[in-house]
Design a protein. Sequence first.
Lengths: 121, 397
Amino acid sequence: MPKKILLIEDDKFLRELMLRKLLSLNYDVFAAVDGEEGIEKIKKELPDLVLLDLILPGMNGFEVLEMAKKDPITNKIPIIILSNLGQGEDIEKGLKLGAADFLVKAHFTPQEIINKLKTIL
Amino acid sequence: MEIIELGKNEPQACSEAQLAQIRDEEFRKIRMAFLNILEDTEDARQGAVKEKNKTLTIVDNLTDGVLVLDENNRIELTNPLVDIFLKQKQENLLGKNIFKIKSKKSELSSLVALLKSGKKNKIKNIFRKELLLGDKLYLEVTTVPLEENNNNRGTLIILHDVSRDKFIETIKTEFVSIAAHQLRTPLSAIKWTLKMMLDGDIGKITAEQKDLLEKTYQSNERMIALINDLLNVTRIEEGRFLYKPEPMQMEDIVDTVINNSEEILRMKKTKLKFNKPKELLPEVLVDKEKMSMVVQNLLENAIKYTNLEAEIDISLEKTDKDVLFKIKDSGVGIPKEQQERIFTKFFRGSNVIKMETDGSGLGLYTTKNIVESHSGKIWFDSEEGKGTTFYFTVPFI
């Protein structure tokens, strides 16, 4: 059974690139374009892992993370933050809310992101 | 003879009349002198009043708030800005001891709290200490002891409004932070695309294509690094930079940085020596990430501004109160006439610009700020064409 991965990302091109990479490695991938859709899909699909952007239209990534971690059904799902924020206080906030890792997009290649994801799955 | 006779008698007769005349004359002179003195005094008094009014007018119209206290901390003088800043009426302040004024307004008590030293009601010596009143009034407070022949005559307190500067600073920092974040998104897309093409994820590419794409990828990486530098600079200026100090061994920080730089050291065929004392150095209180950045910046500079097969010596040692870090290279050096500017923002040496190395001119600026925010010092010796040694210290815990 391929692992199920949810990608929450509002930038169309970044979403396409990441989906492409994940599909090529035979993951079962699906995407959400904003926070509301993201939390809905976390609850409905119960993925094995979530890649979560922080700056999203409407509900932001921190809020999605907080909601997912509060819900006993979804709180075990590992969530990796994949954002272009990346200052000390953002990272601290993300990890405190229960993120499994915090990756700054501009500092990681898709393959490096996959490698991180493998260590958690 | 007659004349002689007359002359003989005359002195006496004459002296009576003359004396009276002299006396009159003297009285007249004395009176005049008195009148003159009175007139001068009056002039002086008027002059003094005029002078006092002039001084008061100047004080009243200063763009800073001014309070003058006597030696018993009683308020002798205030200007209208003090009333506005502290939300007080002048008559409630004048003649009263600053430590004993009761007021419902929090502004005055905030100021008094800043001024008070210890338990005793003594005014602290402060220079441009920042004080936030309400939610947007930022004042810089300075106290100046007034001394006359070594006797304390009281204190002058100056309140300088810096709210506008603060506001502009915040806007500027926010702007750069947001701009940097927004710039990263398209750069991430470029990075990911190039890397996927280079990895052959999109299909096979020729060696020539690969070479070009590799160079494009490196340019993009440089752009990302530049944005990180910019972000760091704004963070430093915001003062939020050191957010997580912890006790550490400097040896560990240097070791980690050297390990992370192995690839570039190998590429440049650099010979690196790291001398650390046999005994463990005292711990220092540092922000690990930022202190690593300092060591990294200095090491990168040493590597970057040295031609192939350079020799770099790093050492750590203990001095009286600090750990001293030293890094010596055999590089191009810093031109003498530019040495005093090397820690300024965006500075790049004229000789290194010619070498076509990349660099933002922010590295040493950031480095100095980080060292200083750890209460350390940074300095260097350099000779163009021979090499440079950088030193910095971090105090023990």
